[in-house]
Design a protein around this ligand. Structure first.
Ligand code: TXA
Ligand code: MG
Length: 335
């Protein structure tokens, strides 16, 4: 249950409910089951990071290729030593500044980390999610949690419990309801080569925020190289409805039947399209608010049986870049 439904509940009763929900999640996870968990970025499909059985369930439910590794979620920086051989100074600096938060670091793995988690790679992806419920959950477990986004492989990530329920409902025994994700876009994945940070997946922490802290940072050009992260494959994060990404939504929209298109615009509506077919990501023109609302907008329009969704490119800086990255992938045509 999320707190917005519970204004009338006393603090004691509220705590009892949370305790019960957490206990249920704990017992399922102790039993090699999977549980959908809230984070500040998107909902994750979580399981015991040391359980081959739980990991297999995650891959099966998501129908995700096993060549795509999983992020390990821990409750604080001290827990990283259990699974990583060392933390390079720049990684530590980033972790200390951004954790808990939407930062995932790639670190050399200890043997205890299963190959099933890293898809055989020598590095393990680790992050400390910034969500009170999930941090409490992690503290109640004696193992970390692997958690990819709780959506079928290639589709839109969930930012609300209902998104998980609609996409994976029958397959996931429990969804821990932590309300709407506050960031709404996945964590930024950062690796390190010769002591230098490299961004493998753009995300809720912008490139600018990272370079402000540690200087210049490279971003892997995903178009030219063999993808190293599944988040780097061209077609990903996609609705079922065809999506066009453009700087000129008004021009593109005029080419289609107004009743059969959906519009995702940054801050202004189009006058010639029905209001209920349009979603404005941020009336204020705030990039963080736009990122928070993006996946929900895609989920909503994707349910409307439209011919096409036309999305407006965001200004290409800050988290706008990560949003444009997701929309670009969502707009690739499936083979
Ligand atoms: O915000 C997030 O990171 C969410 C929440 C639930 O924590 N999780 C998430 O997981 O987005 P997933 O599995 O959907 O995406 C994980 C990304 C992928 O791009 C994956 O390839 C990359 O992290 N990754 C994981 N382990 C890796 C590794 N060992 N080396 C390189 N990339 C890795
Ligand atoms: Mg994902």
């Amino acid at each position: 249950m999320s707190k917005k439904y519970s204004n009338k509940l006393s603090d004691n009763l509220w705590e009892t409910i949370i305790d019960r929900e957490l206990s249920l999640a704990v017992s399922l996870l102790n039993d090699d089951e999977v549980v959908a968990i809230p984070t500040e970025t998107v909902y994750g499909l979580a399981g015991n990071a040391f359980s081959k059985k739980a990991i297999k369930k995650i891959y099966d439910i998501k129908q995700r290729p096993v060549s795509n590794p999983l992020i390990v979620h821990v409750s604080d920086i001290s827990k990283i030593d259990d699974i990583a051989k060392n933390i390079p100074p720049i990684a530590r600096k980033l972790l200390e500044h951004f954790s808990p938060g939407p930062l995932t670091v790639l670190l050399p793995k200890k043997n205890i980390v299963l190959d099933e988690v890293t898809s055989g790679l020598n590095e393990v992806a680790i992050r400390i999610p910034n969500h009170e419920l999930t941090l409490q959950l992690l503290k109640k477990l004696d193992f970390p949690l692997v958690a990819p986004s709780a959506n079928p492989y290639g589709y839109i990530s969930p930012t609300k419990p209902m998104h998980v329920y609609k996409q994976l409902g029958g397959k996931v025994p429990y969804i821990l309801d932590g309300g709407t994700c506050t960031k709404g876009i996945e964590s930024t994945v950062v690796g390190f080569e010769n002591g230098n940070p490299i961004i493998y997946r753009q995300g809720a922490i912008s490139i600018e925020m990272i370079s402000e802290l540690v200087g210049d940072v490279m971003v892997r050009d995903t178009e030219k190289e063999k993808p190293l992260s599944p988040g780097m494959v061209p077609h990903h994060y996609s609705p079922h409805t065809k999506l066009i990404l453009t700087d000129f939504i008004d021009v593109v929209a005029k080419q289609y039947d107004a009743d059969k298109i959906g519009i995702i615009s940054f801050k202004e509506a189009l006058s010639f399209i029905p209001k209920d077919h349009q979603i404005i990501l941020s009336h204020e023109g705030d990039l963080n608010e736009a990122a928070k609302n993006l996946y929900n907008a895609l989920h909503q329009l994707d349910e409307m049986d439209l011919d096409i969704i036309i999305a407006e490119k965001l200004p290409n800086y800050g988290v706008g870049k990560a949003v444009n990255d997701r929309l670009t992938r969502a707009s690739y045509t499936k083979e």
